[in-house]
Design a protein around this ligand. Structure first.
Ligand code: MIC
Ligand code: SF4
Length: 770
């Protein structure tokens, strides 16, 4: 990967750099804050600690926090939201009583564009179909001082990396892949909308001080291996829950020799291991990227405090002393990987794919190759993929799979068009989708998907849960680098190993693909005509935000009821979910994204993807009032109508995946009182707490087996609900026997107040009203 510095930049997003004064202020206080932290902690510091301690609400650190235990209040520098989550975040913010956001914030329209024909046609259709939502987001943004990125401008994380991320900064975003900004040396964390609402309202943001995982990268990427393979390998090692409660900090010569955008890819997919976030120390690759994206001034001030924007030398010299866990990966030996299907941590090195596919009966024929998304849309990614696409013509080949690209931003799209890359892709028959999420989140109207045929696709996105790309539960999706996706799409064969295998060209000759090569940054600089940004009004007080009471897409929120002050008796078991239950299972995306601003309508997808332990079916549970089986939402609505609460039971890493708080608000809205699981994914657990739900875990995981289909459950101990004190559940079985089990929780004193008030927002509302 060549480290090229652009000769000149025609970057034209807008004339001014965003929020330079905020960044300057952060950098001015940074050295003092780090010094205070070093004193409080009493030893050399990791980068993660420096950034976290530099963002304490209280200012200078006065004590060291217990990693994995202490709840700490932070003051993030900025907030980002995407359309599918911003609707709920902003509906909540509108209730806070503030007239302007307290920190720089942005909204990005990227999730609601259905990929079907091509970017132009699809964008026009989405702009028309979702105009009510886009207009709502535009006017709320305008009113409250939020930067607005129109549909077609790009995917939130790519736009953030290009415009807003800065080394040493701290941000939160209402999307789990907010962590992408770690590629530019930030601590960037995915949260639910209620958390974003707090920060935009100027309140402290609370996080359990994370544990620290260090990943030492030695050697150098070469040949077919890409940054993506680092995280695919890490996911294989740590699994989908191995990063829970931890920040992953990458360092070593392998880190500094990699591009900034490559680092972004690695951090992006840190969400797939459940990590709070991931980050890299400030280095020349970041400085080059800042300069190439029109932010030379940010690079110049970062240079003045560069020593504080990376971990201390002692830490990287003896990482075992400072991190809770250390992993070492030699990039020189790292093989390209394919992860999947159905889970992003099932890692198979490309050389082992033949065996693995045969053993698992995975269809070898690859129907589709898709590149782009928020994860892998950099200029480097595209140029390396192009170097392979070019070989199709040069070597007399024919691309066997269908191929599509969804660029991460208009700036990337414009630049790769200018540089002729889109023409090369067009020659291999590629479809250019809009600068949006599209097939990555089920917004893909794929021809024939409704037939539900078993088929294989490869993509360079990050997640591959069932039904995620095209709604077909029988699509097996494998995640790989854009380079490998392109090579495999050319070959049309999942087991194709471009390092060793030959292809037969149109003339019947055996040919081999040359390894990919490309440019880290465009030699002619980035360019764009209209980046799609809309600045908010200076004074938004006169702007009216109207939500029609008849709307099917938007619904103003009613406050949830406060806790009744007693233990909860007689809850029906709604569902005991078996196995993987991600937020896609709890609140499916794809076609349901249209209801993200309408709580009652979207509640009709509640848990429809979860597998019922008792009959192994999805969306089919027993209604304890009638004894009949029916859809989960309808069954829960029946309990609600009868004034009876219910409980949901789940397995490990419940709520894995997205930050969507709908997965917590829907059960709350429909009257589920508690969610009891073996373990939670971080964001979902917080979302449940924020919405006034009980998020509980089995003290003894084997008690999961004690839950029976007709159980009626009492939750005792709530009148003395206290941090660290377990609660007791009594399971009344249908045969008249009962079991008493102990359940744990992680509520601190403040979170218990959220529960009592019926949700965190009820407290904010009161604060601003008084
Ligand atoms: C995703 O990648 O799953 C999403 C769609 O971007 C979600 C956000 C959402 O559900 O709106 C995420 O990652 O948080
Ligand atoms: Fe969009 Fe996919 Fe990225 Fe989520 S992971 S923000 S759906 S591109």
């Amino acid at each position: 990967m060549a480290n090229q510095v652009p000769i000149f930049s025609t970057y034209k997003t807008i004339n001014t750099m965003f929020d330079l004064s905020m960044i300057k202020a952060v950098y001015e206080r940074f050295p003092g804050r780090v010094a205070a932290a070093r004193k409080a902690v009493g030893r050399p510091l990791t980068l993660t600690e420096k950034i976290l301690y530099a963002h304490l609400t209280q200012g200078d650190a006065t004590e060291a926090y217990d990693r994995g235990k202490a709840y700490v209040d932070f003051a993030p520098d900025r907030v980002a939201m995407q359309d599918a989550t911003a609707q709920m975040a902003l509906l909540q913010f509108m209730q806070s009583g503030r007239d302007k956001v307290a920190v720089p914030s942005t909204a990005h329209c990227d999730h609601l564009i259905m990929a079907k024909d091509n970017g132009k046609v699809d964008l026009a259709k989405a702009t028309h179909d979702s105009s009510e939502v886009f207009d709502f987001l535009a006017s709320v943004s305008n009113k409250y001082g939020i930067g607005f990125w129109k549909p077609g401008a790009g995917i939130i994380h790519q736009v953030v990396l290009e415009n807003y991320a800065f080394p040493g900064g701290m941000m939160i975003g209402t999307d789990s892949h907010t962590v992408n900004a770690g590629g530019l040396g930030m601590i960037a964390i995915g949260v639910g909308g209620a958390d974003a609402c707090d920060v935009m309202a100027g309140l402290p943001w609370e996080l359990k001080f994370p544990k620290l995982i260090g990943v030492k990268l030695t050697g150098k990427l070469n040949g077919w291996t890409a940054p993506k393979d680092v995280i695919l390998k890490v996911a294989g090692i740590l699994t989908v829950k191995g990063g829970t409660g931890a920040v992953v900090e990458y360092f070593g010569e392998g880190a500094t020799s990699m591009s900034c955008t490559g680092k972004g890819t690695i951090c992006n997919m840190g969400a797939e291991i459940g990590a709070t976030t991931s980050t890299f120390g400030y280095d020349e690759s970041m400085s080059r990227y800042l300069k190439a994206t029109g932010r030379g001034e940010v690079a110049a001030i970062a240079d003045t405090i560069a020593e504080h924007l990376t971990g201390d030398a002692e830490v990287y010299a003896e990482p075992e002393k400072y991190f809770d866990q250390v992993i070492e990966i030699n990039l020189s030996e790292l093989e390209p990987h394919l992860n999947g299907p159905f889970t992003p941590d099932l890692a198979t090195p490309v050389s082992k794919m033949k065996e693995a596919a045969a053993a698992n009966n995975w269809p070898l024929k690859v129907e589709y190759g898709l590149i782009g998304s928020c994860t892998n849309s950099s200029y480097e990614d595209i140029s390396r993929a192009v170097s392979l696409a070019r070989q199709v013509k040069e070597k007399g080949l024919k691309t066997k799979s269908e191929f599509a690209i969804n660029p991460g931003s208009e700036q990337i799209r414009y630049t790769i068009e200018r540089d002729g890359y889109l023409d090369v892709f067009a020659e291999i028959g590629a479809t250019l989708f809009a600068n949006a999420c599209g097939p990555c989140i089920g917004m893909w109207d794929r021809v024939g998907a409704e037939k539900q045929e078993r088929n294989t696709i490869v993509h360079s996105f990050n997640r591959n849960f069932a039904k995620r790309a095209d709604g077909n539960p029988n699509t097996l999706a494998f995640v790989a680098s854009p380079e490998l996706v392109t090579a495999i799409a050319i070959a049309g064969d999942l087991s194709f190993n471009p390092i060793t295998d030959f292809l037969t060209n149109e003339k019947g000759e055996l040919v081999k693909l040359d390894p990919p090569s490309g440019d880290e940054l465009p030699t002619k600089g980035f360019a764009v005509e209209d980046a799609g940004y809309q600045a908010p009004a200076e004074d938004g007080s006169g702007i009216q935000v109207a939500v029609s009471p008849d709307s099917q897409r938007l619904q103003l929120l009613d406050p949830f009821a406060a806790w009744e002050g007693t233990d909860l008796k007689g809850l029906k078991l709604l569902i005991k979910a078996k196995g993987k239950c991600t937020t896609d299972h709890i609140s499916m995306a794809g076609p349901w994204l249209r209801y993200r601003g309408h709580l009652d309508n979207i509640s009709n997808n509640m848990l429809i993807g979860a597998v019922n332990f008792f009959n192994e079916k999805t969306d089919n549970v027993k209604n304890q009032l009638t004894g009949e089986y029916g859809p989960v939402p309808a069954t829960q609505r029946a309990y609600k109508a009868a004034g009876i609460g219910s409980i949901v039971v789940g397995d490990e890493n419940y709520g894995e995946g997205s930050s969507r708080e709908h997965a917590a608000m829907e059960p709350r809205h429909l009257g589920v009182r508690a969610v009891l699981v073996k373990s939670f994914a971080r964001i979902h657990e917080t979302n449940l707490k924020k919405q006034g739900m009980l998020a509980l875990t089995f003290a003894d995981k084997a008690d999961y087996d004690k839950i029976l289909e007709d159980d009626i459950v009492d939750i005792n101990g709530l009148t003395s609900f206290a941090p660290g004190e377990p609660l007791t559940l009594v399971l009344h079985h249908a045969d008249g026997t009962s079991d008493s089990i102990v359940v744990n929780h992680t509520y601190n004193a403040q979170q218990i107040e959220w529960f009592k008030a019926g949700g965190a927002l009820n407290i904010i509302r009161k604060q601003f009203a008084s």
